[in-house]
Every structure is written in structure tokens, then in C-alpha cells.
Write a protein that binds this ligand. Structure first.
Ligand SMILES: *Cc1c(COP(=O)(O)O)cnc(C)c1O
Length: 223
């Protein structure tokens, strides 16, 4: 796709985001993170040229490769994948803007310890497995609030900003909506949480209508 077509395509996606967000209310602001995990640095650069600034990867290695290749651009990098303990130090060194995928208290404690040792901090979200799917990581809805509070209290080097969830893997819109509503309810009950990261290419409008203020769009932006 050339840049003009890309821009027209991006505008259509932005229009859909705008339409969904004003349905919630006109003060509801939604941030878009372009998930570049299936894309090359040249494609990221194309989206940069037409105004996209926030990008996300789901593997620490890819985040390192692409953020270094694009070092000269003022990009904001997000990490959205499962974080293995042996990759924690590498992620800290890359200093992402936000890690969306803290999926257990144990991981949070390990990350906090390494952050302490490096005298630095990291912004992060607690990932909730709101549809209770075995294929997904994240804490259960039932434990989410407790674990959130435990991380807030015991991990001084982690700035917990809110929650992230992946919508139910289903054709049934009601189930998908329920998973977003459940996540939003937890988010809404937390003190000082400001980010509710939900919605991907196939379900971002529903996620926004349920209160998401950060969407993670991969295939729809990079096609
Ligand atoms: C891949 C991925 C996305 C983007 O998925 P699309 O369906 O391509 O928009 C969003 N969030 C996470 C955690 C992902 O791994």
C-alpha cells in the first residue's frame, strides 16, 4: 500500500474509533496502540509518517530489534505479550512506556525486584483473563482486585496504571461484551487506575462502548 492509501485506511479506522467513543460520551478519550508484532520496521515507519506514534510488541526480542532499528524516531513503545522471567532484565533495559501484561503476583514481585536492583521504575497494567480461558494468561476476575492491591502495596518500583484484557474468543457478541463489561467493572472499582486497555482489530468498537480507553490494533492497521 502506498502512503496515501494507508492514510485513507487509517482515517477510516480512526473514524470508527471516534464514532464508538462519542457513543460513550464526548469526554471519553481513547488512545490507540498499533500492535506491530506481525510487521516489519518499514511498515512501522510508514505508519509513523502518517501520524501514528504508539506501537506495541508481544515479544521482548522483537521489541528490542524494532525499537533499535527505529531508534531515530520518537516512538512510544508498549509491551503486550507474556513476560518470561528470563526476559525481565532485557525488558527493563528497553524501558518501554507501558507493560500491559503483568499476569501474576509472582511475576510482579520478580519484576519489582529487578527494577529495584536497576534503580528504575516501570508503568504496567494487570492483565485479567476475564473470560476465564485456559489459552490466555492473566489473573481471574475473582482475584483481580486483591492482586491489584497487593501489587500496588508491595511493588514500589511498578507504577500500576490499570488493567488489560483480551476479549472472549468467541463468535458470540454477548460473550465478548460480557468479558469487556466484567473487566471494566473491575477497572472502575480500583482507586487511581487510569488505563483500561481492551479491544483489538475484531472487537475494538464493542470494547470502547464498554469503557475501554486504550485499544491495541494490529491486523487492521497493518494490512
Ligand atoms: C496481537 C495482539 C493484539 C492485536 O491483535 P489484532 O487482532 O491483530 O488487532 C492486541 N493485543 C495483544 C495482547 C496481542 O497479542
Amino acid at each position: 500500500m502506498d502512503l496515501i492509501d494507508r492514510k485513507l485506511h487509517l482515517d477510516k479506522v480512526i473514524e470508527r474509533i471516534e464514532f464508538a467513543r462519542v457513543c460513550v460520551n464526548q469526554h471519553h478519550i481513547v488512545k490507540t496502540v498499533a500492535i506491530s508484532k506481525y510487521s516489519k520496521s518499514e511498515d512501522i515507519k510508514d505508519l509513523y509518517e502518517i501520524g501514528v506514534r504508539a506501537f506495541g510488541e508481544n515479544k521482548v526480542q522483537d521489541l528490542e530489534t524494532k525499537s533499535k532499528e527505529l531508534e531515530e524516531l520518537p516512538l512510544e513503545w508498549h509491551f503486550v505479550g507474556s513476560l518470561q522471567k528470563n526476559k525481565i532484565n532485557k525488558l527493563i533495559a528497553l524501558d518501554p512506556y507501558l507493560c500491559h501484561s503483568l499476569d501474576s503476583l509472582e511475576l510482579a514481585l520478580a519484576l519489582d525486584q529487578r527494577l529495584e536492583a536497576s534503580s528504575t521504575t516501570m508503568n504496567a497494567l494487570l492483565q485479567i483473563n476475564s473470560a476465564n480461558e485456559t489459552t490466555k494468561s492473566g489473573v481471574s476476575k475473582e482475584e483481580a482486585k486483591d492482586i491489584y492491591q497487593q501489587i500496588s502495596e508491595s511493588c514500589k518500583n511498578i507504577n500500576l496504571k490499570g488493567v488489560m484484557s483480551i476479549g472472549a474468543h468467541s463468535e458470540d457478541e454477548k460473550l465478548i461484551r460480557k468479558s469487556f463489561q466484567d473487566t471494566y467493572k473491575i477497572y472502575d472499582s480500583l482507586d487511581q487506575a487510569t488505563i483500561c486497555s481492551m479491544g483489538m482489530s475484531g472487537d475494538f468498537e464493542e470494547a470502547i462502548r464498554c469503557g475501554s480507553n486504550m485499544v491495541r490494533l494490529g491486523s487492521i492497521l497493518f494490512k
